[in-house]
Design a protein around this ligand. Sequence first.
Ligand code: ZN
Length: 217
Amino acid sequence: MKPDGLTEFLADYPGMSLQPTRHSGTIIRGQFHFKANGSGLATEDAFELEILINKRFPSEIPEVRETAGKIPKTGDYHVNPDGTLCLGSHLRLKKALLEAPDLVSFTEKCLVPYLFNVSIKLRDGGDFVTGELAHGTAGIIYDYMEMFGLSESGQIVYALQLLGTKKRIANKKLCPCGCRLRLGRCPLHHRLNIIRPAAPRSWFSKHRSDVETRRFG
Ligand SMILES: [Zn+2]
């Protein structure tokens, strides 16, 4: 089983090629050349990448590693301790894959924006120029504020709790946005319903307590 969008991906990024593997997933390796712009900046760059695509893609998020040591392996550059690139919060990546479950969309929506930030940072220094790439608990909360349209960390924790609750029951609870309405009567419920299929309820419950403990811990 090849992941959806693989043929288009290989055509769009001719430096990348399929690697033989004894595992059931797909491995793509090579030079990833791209152009991107945003926040009034533009870049054209190339990175040596290895992309591991699980056979359960798009349910499982692909793992991407940079193999030539061009990206410093630090939190500054959003590289995880295991060497995978931190392309965004789990929920943001899941949502992106839910909206467009193919490899080319994943590349354009998640990978290229990350590499754009890295490329600009390597060239000009400073922080990542676009803020939506979450890292650490503070980053995750910031990311969710944007995704959910909420402004306080307590609201995020409560929204995650509601996402861990059956929709019918959650809609009867007080809305996290502070409108004093039941969730089902506030437009926020549309936004949460878009995010809901990104993970099982049990994931949201566990994630809520992770976010909450680290926030207070
Ligand atoms: Zn509300």
